[in-house]
Design a binder for this molecule. Structure first.
Ligand code: SF4
Ligand code: SF4
Length: 211
């Protein structure tokens, strides 16, 4: 039976669990779009009007608990800084001798794209300056954007994302936190807004395609 923290799909029996009702609602929406039993019942025209998401990214049973810090750490990937080189589409470094430190309070400026310039890329992800590594890192991403100078690395966005967009990225020397959530699979985002809603300092901003 469904409750405030659980949802049981009556079509396929899948159990979704999360103590944050906003995140649970997002998980329900994603499941309802991808549930194979629901899709079998739907008419072809209904299926065509539903948003399409990558099935490979949806676990068969999507069960998450709010014991998030430990779980996020256990299930996420910690990525060391790769060497700078055109081959991996990386043009900026995370280390350096920068003297500017930028530990800021949230929220992220929703208008940052009109105020900042793209100063480079990291594994293909845009980085909006100014930056002065390691203490000032700017805003990262295009659709899934995170202000790295605000992020405190609590992992709530990693735990909330139903399609595994994020992974950890080490950022030693940054005054807010020595790791950040890197939107490595930004293209897989289904715009459920869960990460934006759960981020404590509100440093995540999701832009729908074309915005
Ligand atoms: S990155 Fe996209 S899919 Fe993942 S939680 Fe955020 S809005 Fe949802
Ligand atoms: S929820 Fe916000 S503060 Fe926490 S790790 Fe994600 S982006 Fe950083």
């Amino acid at each position: 039976m469904s409750s405030d923290s659980e949802y049981v799909c009556l079509d396929c029996g899948c159990l979704l669990v999360h103590t944050n009702p906003i995140t649970l609602e997002s998980m329900k929406d994603v499941h309802n779009q991808l549930c194979p039993m629901k899709r079998q019942k739907a008419t072809p025209s209904q299926i065509l009007t539903q948003p399409q998401a990558a099935p490979k990214a949806m676990p068969a049973t999507m069960t998450k608990t709010a014991d998030s810090a430990a779980a996020a750490t256990a299930t996420s990937v910690t990525t060391s800084t790769p060497a700078i080189g055109a081959s991996d589409n990386t043009t900026i470094a995370l280390s350096g001798n920068g003297t500017n430190y930028s530990k800021q309070e949230g929220p992220i400026d929703p208008e940052f794209k009109s105020k900042r310039q793209v100063v480079g890329t990291f594994r293909g992800i845009k980085v909006w300056g100014p930056i002065d590594p390691p203490g000032q890192l700017g805003v990262w991403g295009t659709q899934v954007t995170v202000d790295y100078d605000i992020c405190i690395a609590d992992g709530a966005c990693i735990e909330a994302c139903p399609v595994n967009v994020y992974e950890w990225l080490d950022t030693p020397g940054h005054p807010s936190s020595d790791k950040k959530t890197f939107m490595a699979r930004e293209k897989d985002c289904i715009f459920c807004m869960a990460c934006e809603n759960v981020c404590p300092p509100q440093c995540v901003k999701i832009f729908q395609k074309g915005t």
